[in-house]
Unconditional design. Structure first.
Length: 296
């Protein structure tokens, strides 16, 4: 063991530690560092007294200020809720139309509606309501079940062919499966689909289409209307048969899809939301969807 002794060059005492001839000088700590260290200790003492500090098993020393980040968060959340409550109560009390006329409420409902839509509707209708095969586009101004804000509100509340007592359309009744049920044979289906093509100005066999008109009048007009205008257009919900002379097809207007529709039938179901979402949420959704579609 080396002895403590003064280093000849610097005149400073060594600590006595030595490694292969290298000795550690026992320089005092710089004053500024030492004072800062004392200040830190003093600050910590003050902190212990005023703020939560020491863990005590399940609890902790609270400090005389009683400060808590959890409480601060709770207070902020409560404030935010109270701020929203004002809007939510107003939304619940007003019609969808009235909400749209109130600038503040409209902004609030649109913001909420957008996030509720992404949560609940986008899976079927696509983000932004662009739609998909069998799921109507909500971002245009073509509506089968009505595009007024009151209509949209009703559709969202009660659904379409849903299990809700006030559903739009008739539960379980959609488009008849003419092929599967043996009501029409292949030729008749070929003819009637050519007739639908001809109605829409698409290439079709004129002879078949003429025969198809007879098939249409007998089998389809009851639901789709004499002029293929659809059942809802007349203001009657009925079974909700869409117009067949149109540009916004739910399933598709190419020959193959038409044959598939007439052969196998279709019965799209839109769920009812009135038992799953509260009224203010449904109204916000109606406002959002109404504005997506350009707001008829
Ligand atoms: C499980 C899939 C599904 C979900 C989820 C869904 N929808 Fe629908 N929705 C449909 C189908 C299918 C139709 C078309 C029914 C028909 O006419 O054949 C439809 C139709 C609609 C219509 C009527 C469109 C028209 O042309 O009149 C509106 C409005 C609508 N949905 C809004 C919503 C909103 C808002 C939500 C979310 C709260 C939602 N939908 C969630 C399947 C769904
Ligand atoms: C009992 C009433 C009823 C009868 C009869 C009926 N349809 Fe339909 N049809 C519907 C309903 C309801 C729908 C909508 C189904 C849906 O939205 O899922 C529909 C949908 C369609 C579609 C799909 C439209 C689209 O947007 O993709 C076509 C095509 C169609 N029907 C053709 C016919 C033809 C052709 C006949 C006669 C052979 C016929 N329908 C008879 C009720 C009927």
């Amino acid at each position: 063991m080396a002895q403590n002794y003064k280093d000849e060059l610097s005149g400073v005492e060594t600590t006595g530690h030595e490694w292969d001839g290298l000795r550690e000088l026992n320089n005092p700590l710089p004053k500024w560092w030492l004072y800062l260290f004392y200040v830190c200790i003093a600050w910590a003492m003050v902190y212990y007294v005023f703020y939560p500090a020491w863990p005590l098993g399940k609890t902790y020393t609270k400090g005389i200020l009683g400060y808590s980040q959890r409480e601060e968060l709770d207070t902020k959340l409560a404030e935010a809720k109270a701020g929203q409550a004002k809007y939510l109560t107003a939304i619940a009390a007003k019609s969808v139309d009235e909400i749209q006329k109130d600038k503040d409420l409209l902004g609030f409902a649109m913001a909420g509606g957008r996030s509720y839509f992404n949560e609940n509707c986008a899976a079927c209708h696509g983000a932004g309501g662009q739609g998909a095969k069998g799921f109507p586009t909500l971002a245009d101004d073509v509506w089968l079940w009505g595009g007024s804000s009151a209509d949209i509100y009703k559709t969202i509340q009660h659904g379409i062919r849903s299990d809700d007592g006030d559903t739009r359309g008739t539960p379980n009744v959609g488009m008849t499966a003419f092929g599967m049920d043996g009501i029409l044979n292949r030729d008749q289906i070929d003819q009637v689909t050519d007739y639908v093509l001809s109605l829409n100005g698409k290439t079709a066999d004129a002879g078949k289409a003429a025969k198809g008109k007879a098939v249409y009048d007998e089998n389809c007009a009851a639901c789709h209307g004499d002029a293929a205008q659809g059942s809802v257009a007349a203001g009657v919900d009925g079974v909700g048969a869409p117009p067949l002379k149109q540009a916004n097809w739910l399933y598709g207007s190419d020959k193959q899809t038409l044959v598939e529709t007439v052969t196998n039938g279709r019965a799209g179901v839109m769920p009812a939301w009135s038992k799953r979402l509260d009224d203010a949420t449904i109204k916000s959704l109606a406002v959002y969807v109404h504005n997506l579609g350009g707001g008829k």
